[in-house]
Design a protein around this ligand. Structure first.
Ligand SMILES: C[S@@+](CC[C@H](N)C(=O)[O-])C[C@H]1O[C@@H](n2cnc3c(N)ncnc32)[C@H](O)[C@@H]1O
Length: 507
């Protein structure tokens, strides 16, 4: 029995540019992947073939079943694994994977604490798969066991990479992708998920396991990134590209980000990583680098700086990036109370912008105040508003993740609402506010411009800015309007192109 591609194999010696070793100074991390030579941002570190991938024809030939709760892409990977075992392919590599790869994302104490039911659920999935598979393949010589399938599922949870079409939209050129109607979908009310979507899900999923890449540990300020170019249409083998995004010296550990939420505060990022079985101690989490998305306007006279939490002399404080002024304890506790107030208002804003009939005019006022405070220009409200403006906005800088999340939510999830209430000026105002918030936040990290260039958020935002500007340019007629949108398009394009260069420059 032959395999449709040349058989995947795993041999670290064919990747001389990296080594795998245990992290003696940080046992919690287990093993890591290290650079054997120096790399510059944009450089390709390695290119790896998957050992299991849903794009392999043997996996594609299998039709996932809704009788099982297991996600469709994992069903395909379990099936591919069964195909290898049945035809006695890759036994050494598969045995190695099962005994060597980490299952900490399910079986470690931290993962159990974060989600006490998940391990039990995965064990049930494994039992169900074994029962279902054996019933379908009664004559097969090879039979899965529940323990083996549970281990494989835990390995997939801890180590696999996946990418679907949604994630890849912003990798297309936003100006030339004429057939792409996603912009229209994004800027109108999205359909309610239904059966059609499920069909799409079966076609679109792209998930796999790459053995060398499974040695990569996480950092919230990563020095490399994984890129898996789309393969669905071309039928090519799904390669994983590991690319440098911040300077790497020989001997440095190579680190990727496991979450694509770099614009979240440290505590929220921590909470996201717990189910993955660890607590992050990177420079950003430890306060060695400014927590740039918790920004406060610097109260220093005439100073335009942003105060963010950072460790100074072993102590955490909110320090201005321009004048080095430090917020007093009183100012910090006031600010933290205002952050909490924001969170309690968030439900109101959601209720209003999710299309419910607004019953409380104060929620309108709040959304208006936020938009007016952080974006420009907005028309005044059509009727006098019945309650005083909220007092908690002023000390928060537009780079603050609460504000940023709000602007993003309004722009990308509720742009129809934005257009209805504030017209095109409103959309332009929010785009500009977001671009400048992202730019200012990353720029304040002061790391030689690397963060400004490599940020995933910035690249994605650049893509959507260009898409929106292109759409508007096809619609507006007045010379002034065209000039405004053209300048926004140019701004977005530069950002998108720089991000793309770092993510997927040609090797
Ligand atoms: C894809 S594996 C990475 C390789 C892993 N260290 C090993 O020895 O196999 C993911 C697991 O590595 C560990 N890990 C990754 N990043 C970490 C970090 N920043 N701190 C502590 N543990 C980490 C966690 O146990 C996580 O579930």
């Amino acid at each position: 029995m032959s395999f449709s591609h040349s058989a995947p194999s795993f041999d670290i010696s064919s990747y001389p540019q990296v080594t795998v070793r245990s992290l003696d100074n940080d046992e919690r991390k287990g093993r890591g992947l290290f650079a054997s030579t120096a790399f510059e941002p944009g450089q390709l570190i390695l290119k790896e073939r998957p050992i299991l991938h849903t794009a392999y024809p043997e996996a594609r030939a299998f039709t996932p079943t809704s009788d099982l709760e297991i996600p469709y892409d994992w069903q395909r990977l379990l099936y591919l694994y069964a195909f290898y075992r049945t035809h006695n392919l890759q036994s050494g590599v598969l045995d190695g994977i099962l005994t060597e790869l980490s299952v900490d994302g399910v079986c470690s104490d931290l993962a159990r604490d974060a989600d006490p039911d998940r391990e039990r659920e995965f064990r049930e999935w494994a039992d169900d798969w074994v029962e279902w598979y054996n019933a379908q393949n009664a004559s097969s010589q090879w039979r899965p066991t529940s323990e083996e399938m549970f281990r494989l599922i835990a390995i997939l949870e801890t180590n696999s990479h996946s990418r679907d079409e949604d994630d890849m939209r912003d990798l297309r050129d936003p100006r030339t992708d004429a057939a792409d109607t996603t912009n229209v979908a994004m800027f109108s009310n999205l359909p309610v998920p239904g059966e059609e979507e499920e069909e799409e899900e079966i076609k679109d999923e792209a998930c796999g396991l790459w053995v060398i890449a499974s040695m990569l540990n996480h950092s919230c300020l990563p020095n490399c990134t994984v890129f898996i170019p789309p393969t669905k249409r071309s039928g090519a083998e799904p390669m994983l590209y590991l690319r440098c995004i911040r300077p790497v010296a020989a001997g440095d550990e190579l680190l990727v980000s496991y979450h694509d939420e770099e614009f979240l505060p440290t505590l929220d990022r921590r909470a996201m990583l717990m189910p993955r079985g660890f607590e992050c101690h990177c420079a950003l989490c430890e306060g060695a680098v400014r927590e740039y998305m918790r920004g406060a306007v610097c109260p220093g006279p005439g100073c335009d700086g942003i105060c963010c939490p950072v460790k100074v002399g072993g102590q955490m404080g909110w320090v201005c990036h321009l004048c080095n002024g430090v917020l007093s304890d009183r100012q910090v506790s006031d600010l933290e109370a205002k952050e909490e107030q924001w969170m309690s208002e968030w439900e109101h804003i959601l209720a209003m912008t999710l299309g419910d009939t607004p019953t409380d005019q104060c929620t309108h006022l709040l959304a208006y105040q936020v938009l007016n405070h952080y974006s420009q220009p907005f028309p005044p409200p059509s009727q006098p508003l019945p309650c005083p403006p909220p007092s908690f906005l002023s000390p928060m800088h537009p780079t603050h993740s609460h504000i940023y999340t709000f602007l993003k939510f309004i722009l990308f999830e509720n742009s129809v609402w934005l257009r209805q209430h504030f017209g095109d000026d409103g959309v332009r105002g929010v785009l500009r506010a977001m671009l400048s918030a992202v730019q200012t936040a990353l720029g304040s990290l002061n790391d030689g411009g690397n963060s400004v260039n490599v940020s995933e958020e910035r690249r994605v935002l650049g893509y959507w800015v260009v898409k929106e500007a292109e759409r508007q340019l096809g619609r507006v007629a007045s010379v002034d309007d065209r000039m405004r949108w053209e300048s926004i398009r140019e701004e977005g394009l530069v950002i998108w192109q720089v991000g793309m260069r770092y993510l997927c420059s040609t090797d």
